[in-house]
Design a binder for this molecule. Sequence first.
Ligand code: OAD
Length: 248
Amino acid sequence: MTQSLSNRQAALEQARGLLAQCEKIVCFSGAGLSAESGISTFRDTETDALWSRYDPTKLASPEGFAEDPKLVIDWYDWRRQAIANAEPNAAHIALAGRPDIIQVTQNVDDLLERAGCKAESVFHLHGNITHDRCHARCGYQQKVDLGSPPGLRSCPMCNAPLRPAVVWFGETLPQWAWQQSEQHCRTADCLLVIGTSASVYPAAGLIQLTKTYGGKVLVINTQPSGASALADMELIGPCGEWLPQLLS
Ligand code: OAD
């Protein structure tokens, strides 16, 4: 779906006008933000998205991990290598060029940070693939080399299996990231909703939270999404094209 050049320009001006009135801008992003870096999305209808090729109950749940831990770790190590080989795209770089914007992301990759966002202003709601943690939650956590991931191994402190420090289906979100994200979305004058299907909760509920507290919602996506109904404005197209123009 594309917009004609004059429509695009008008939409861009309108979106810039909306942002110009806002003091506090928060960005809520999903897999579409990293798509132009070559990282697969999960449930995009236009591409070979991960959940159309793989079963999330086997690869992204505690039950799947209990059943076949090696399968799960091998799959995450494959994703880790893809992220290691990827570079931040124009959308990450445009966001990093605006340190005033708080980043709330569902993405587990480190491309926002590699683009230059300060770690303390990026809240990873679904954890970080850059780290392993103890599955038994003894507290052990370790940064891994994404380009040369360690494979299945045991926790050196308690011998339980180690696993990627990401959130799986049925697990709770990291408390600090969630509390901060709620707080920022509640007080946002504008929430930029970038490249997410807005179909996974509780994260997707942050969009409604901003609306409820009177903030505007500006959506950028290649297609209509679960956020469309809440959007004050929607820019259809790749975020790597829209964001540099919008935020420069
Ligand atoms: P999805 O794969 O569900 O949605 C990606 C969205 O990005 C779709 O709406 C696409 O239309 C859009 N998109 C694709 N390319 C784009 C581009 N270049 N520019 C703008 N938009 C683009 O990904 P999420 O919404 O992030 O959870 O999925 C949410 C969660 O579901 C993920 O964090 C993951 C997954 O299961 C966990 O791992 C816990």
